[in-house]
Write a protein that binds this ligand. Structure first.
Ligand code: FAD
Length: 458
C-alpha cells in the first residue's frame, strides 16, 4: 500500500504525530503500525493477578496502543527540564509551546483538570528545605491522570484516529526500505510491504534494540547515551507526605559525595504500587498508582546515570546485564530492606514480614542487592537515601524496601537534525523514547506533534 506517512509504534509519540497530521492534512493517507494489541485487548497477566511474570513474547505492559504509558500512572510532567532532551533540538520556548499544546490535546481527550505543583510559594519553601540537604528540587508541575483515566484517554484517541487513518495492530515493522538516501517505507513481519513518502519511527524503549540493529544495517549514526541504573524505593506513604501532599511528584537531584555521580528521583507514586516489567525476557521494576485504588505505601525510583566512554558502546547491554543478575539470583525481582543491606545480609521472607511495611510487589524475592548493583551505584543510592531522610525523616529507615533493579535504557540516541530527521536518510524521522530523545509521556507526545508539523509543512 502507498501512504503519505507511515508511523511505527502507537505510543504517545506515534499517536500524537498521527493526531497532528490528521488535523493539518486531513486528506493524507496515514498508516500506524503497532506490534501490540488494541487498547481494549491489552493484558498484562501480572496485573491480572499472576504471581510471576510469564515473560510474554510481546510484553502486554509495554506493547500495544498507548505504548509503555498505557497502564502507567499517567503523570504529565509539564516542563522541558524533565522527561527528555527536546530542548537540545530547539529553543526552550518552543518546547514549552509544544508541551502546552500536547497537554491541551490530553485535556481535549478527557484528561483530569487538576495540575499539582503550580504554587510557587510552596515550591520555594520545599526548594529551600531540599537545598539544606544538598538536594536540588526541580520545578515540575504535574497533571496526574491515574491509570484508569489514562486508559480512557487513550481509548478516545484510538476511536478518533480509527476513523481517520489506517491502524494495523499485532504486526511489527521489520526492515526499512531506503533507496538513494531516502526512506521509501518498510517491510512488515506479516510479509507485507508498506510504501510511504515519510516514515516516523517511534518504537519506544521496547523497540530500542530493534532500532539500533536496523539503523546499524542502514549505517545511520547513533550517539552513545547514558544508562540509568538503580532501585525502586518503597516506604510508608506518610513518610513522604511532606513532599507528595504539596507537589504530588517531586524531582530531586543529588550528587553523591563519594563518586560525584548524579542520582535522581524518578516516577514517584504516592499510595501506589510497585510493578514488574519485562524487557526482552528480563524482569525489571517500575511503579505506578491508581486514581481510585490506593495502597498505604509510596514508591519512587532512585537512578544513577552512567555515561560511558570509548571504546564501550553497549549501554543497553550493560543495563540488561545488571538486571539479569538480579533475575539470576531471585528468579525475577529482588527486594531488600535498607537495614539488611547496611548490615551486609540478605533479606528473608521472615525479615520482610517482621517490618512496618508490606511490599506491594508480592512476587519479588527477598535477597541481597549488594550482589547485583555495582559498588559505585550502590554507594550513591545509599548516600541519596540519607540526604532524602533530612527532608522526609524515615526515608533511611531500616524497614525501607529497595527493589532491584530498575533500569532505564536510553542508549539509542540517534543522530538527528534539529527537525528530528534522521541524519543521512531523507524523510525518516525518529522520535520518542526509542530515539533517546525523550524519557516521558509529555515530551514523547510533543516530539510527535513537532515532526508532524515539520512533515506537513514540507
Ligand atoms: C510502568 C510505567 C510507568 C510510567 N509512568 C510514566 C508517567 O507517569 N509519566 C511519564 O511521563 N512517563 C511514564 N512512563 C514512561 C512513558 O510511558 C514513556 O516515556 C512513553 O510511553 C514513551 O513514549 P514512546 O511513544 O516514545 O514509546 P512507547 O510508549 O514505548 O511506545 C512504543 C510503541 O512502539 C511499539 N513498537 C516497538 N517496536 C515496534 C515495531 N518494530 N513495529 C511496530 N511497533 C513497534 C511498541 O509495542 C510500543 O507500543 C512510564 C513507563 C512505564 C513502563
Amino acid at each position: 500500500m502507498n501512504y503519505n506517512v507511515a508511523i511505527i509504534g502507537a505510543g504517545p509519540a506515534g499517536i500524537f504525530a498521527a493526531l497532528e497530521i490528521t488535523k493539518l492534512k486531513p486528506e493524507w493517507k496515514v498508516v500506524l503500525i503497532e506490534k501490540g494489541q488494541k487498547i481494549e485487548n491489552r493484558v498484562c497477566l501480572l496485573r491480572e493477578g499472576y504471581e510471576k511474570c510469564p515473560n510474554c513474547k510481546k510484553c502486554g505492559l509495554l506493547c500495544g496502543w498507548g505504548g509503555a504509558g498505557a497502564f502507567s500512572d499517567g503523570k504529565l510532567t509539564l516542563t522541558p527540564d524533565v522527561g527528555g532532551h527536546l530542548a537540545d533540538y530547539m529553543p526552550r520556548e518552543h518546547v514549552e509551546e509544544l508541551i502546552d499544546y500536547s497537554d491541551k490535546l490530553y485535556l481535549k481527550f478527557g484528561a483530569t483538570e487538576e495540575v499539582f505543583g503550580t504554587d510557587m510559594k510552596i515550591f520555594r519553601e520545599l526548594e529551600r528545605e531540599a537545598a539544606l540537604a544538598e538536594l536540588k528540587l526541580v520545578h515540575s508541575p504535574v497533571r496526574h491522570l491515574g491509570t484508569e483515566r489514562s486508559l480512557d484517554v487513550l481509548k478516545s484517541m484510538q476511536d478518533y484516529l480509527n476513523e481517520r487513518i489506517t491502524i494495523i495492530n499485532n504486526v511489527s515493522a521489520q526492515n526499512l526500505i531506503v533507496e538513494n538516501g531516502e526512506v521509501k517505507g518498510m517491510t512488515l513481519d506479516n510479509g507485507e510491504t508498506v510504501r510511504a513518502e515519510y516514515t516516523i519511527i517511534a518504537p519506544g524503549r521496547e523497540g530500542a534494540d530493534w532500532l539500533t540493529k536496523e539503523f546499524a544495517q542502514n549505517k545511520i549514526g547513533m550517539v552513545n547515551n547514558a544508562v540509568d541504573v538503580g532501585v525502586r524505593v518503597e516506604l510508608p506513604a506518610p513518610v513522604f507526605e511532606p513532599l507528595t501532599d504539596k507537589l504530588y511528584e517531586s524531582k530531586l537531584i543529588y550528587h553523591s559525595p563519594t563518586f560525584g555521580d548524579e542520582v535522581r528521583t524518578f516516577c514517584m507514586n504516592p499510595n501506589g504500587e510497585v510493578v514488574q516489567e519485562n524487557y526482552n525476557g528480563i524482569a525489571t521494576v517500575n511503579g505506578h498508582s491508581y486514581a481510585e485504588k490506593t495502597t498505604n505505601n509510596t514508591n519512587f525510583a532512585l537512578l544513577v546515570s552512567e555515561k560511558f566512554t570509548e571504546p564501550f558502546k553497549e549501554p543497553i547491554q550493560y543495563g540488561q546485564h545488571i538486571a539479569s543478575l538480579a533475575n539470576m539470583l531471585g528468579g525475577g525481582i529482588l527486594v531488600q530492606r535498607f537495614g539488611d543491606l547496611l548490615d551486609g545480609r540478605r533479606s528473608t521472607p521472615e525479615r520482610i514480614k517482621s517490618s512496618i511495611i508490606t511490599p506491594t510487589l508480592t512476587c519479588a524475592t527477598p535477597g541481597d542487592l549488594s550482589l547485583v548493583i555495582p559498588y559505585r551505584q550502590m554507594t550513591s543510592i545509599i548516600e541519596m537515601l540519607y540526604a532524602l531522610d533530612k527532608v522526609c525523616p524515615g526515608t533511611a529507615s531500616r524497614y525501607t524496601l529497595l527493589y532491584g533493579i530498575e533500569v532505564k535504557f536510553y542508549s539509542a540516541r540517534v543522530k538527528l537534525t534539529n527537525e528530528l530527521e534522521t541524519e543521512g536518510v531523507k524523510n525518516l524521522f525518529t522520535i520518542g523514547d526509542g530515539a533517546g530523545v525523550t524519557r516521558g509521556l509529555i515530551q514523547a507526545s510533543a516530539s510527535g506533534v513537532y515532526v508532524a508539523r515539520t512533515i506537513c509543512a514540507r
